[in-house]
Design a protein around this ligand. Sequence first.
Ligand SMILES: *Cc1c(COP(=O)(O)O)cnc(C)c1O
Length: 366
Amino acid sequence: MIPFLELHKINARYEASFRGVFQDFLDSGYYILGNKVKQFENQFAHYCGVKHCIGVGNGLDALRLILEGYKILGKLNSGDEVLVASNTYIATILAIQQAGLKPILVEGEGRLFNFDMNALLTAKTEKTKAIMPVHLYGQLAPMDKINALASKEGWLVIEDAAQGHGAKHHDGRLAGNLGDAAGFSFYPTKNLGALGDAGAVTTNDDALAEVIRKIRNYGTSSKYVNDELGFNSRLDELQAAFLIEKLKTLDADNEIRRNHARSYLKEVVNEKIRLPFYDGTENHIFHLFVVCVKDRPKFLSYLEENEVGYLIHYPIPPHKQEALKAYSGLSFPETERIHDEVVSLPISPVLTKEAVAEVIAVLNRY
Ligand SMILES: *Cc1c(COP(=O)(O)O)cnc(C)c1O
């Protein structure tokens, strides 16, 4: 059996340093917003090439707190419209809704699994105030086009970088530094994953950073002084300590993923399996390797018979989810096709070359 993902194996590589880190943490007696959070924030800001990183509880909160922060700063107001691709993970949409803003779903397209740029132009109104591109599956969104449109229209650009840690734009900037602010998740399965929930906001905006630093911690500027109506969403000290260790190998891990992807792309030759677009650069970190097939149930049984692990990201589009009933009348044929056809194949930094070769052989026999 070739498992889809072996989280235990991924983290076993850091076992010795994790044990040391935990011992230091235990000895310090400091559990919340201590030196490890500060250290990770500095290192991740430096890594992304931004002025500020604010550690928060998870990726959903990172996105939500950016929007809440902009509301406090007066740059967004309740009811403003925020554009988001209809094939995203539901978290992007929930963040917008939870912040009292209006998600406007925009048809997706299957090359970059991102906005259909023409649909974007028809979806905008005078109430549109922000756009949230998602670097879905690890592939950067078309940021040049998005930023050009946003600056023409005066929109804020908020990256959902939860699947994009380390993805590099052609101008050298990394995900997290390609808009006004970005939300990261360090959920355990992400390319930079903690051993529990964790997230962060990155930005070059001093005012936004200051307000998010407050609202992640009850709106306080100093102990028991509340400047804003805040939340409790702090990056956990122990998770920060683990993330410091894992950040050291993020680039190397992303390169292993890209090499596996290159093998799949070169060696899988089967007209029944549509391979993902990849331009060969570092703008893709292959958080997932997603193929499209017409008769998915048949393909999935074949993978099961041949003991190849898989997952589906995602089986139901957001507008067809029970939780988003208000959107059920909308029609996004391309997004629906994507959700019917996608299959994620094994790709991870601990997957061996032999396992990749085995998956390739199975795919070529299909
Ligand atoms: C994982 C993910 C999130 C949410 O992150 P959590 O840490 O689980 O809250 C948001 N957006 C996308 C695209 C994700 O993949």
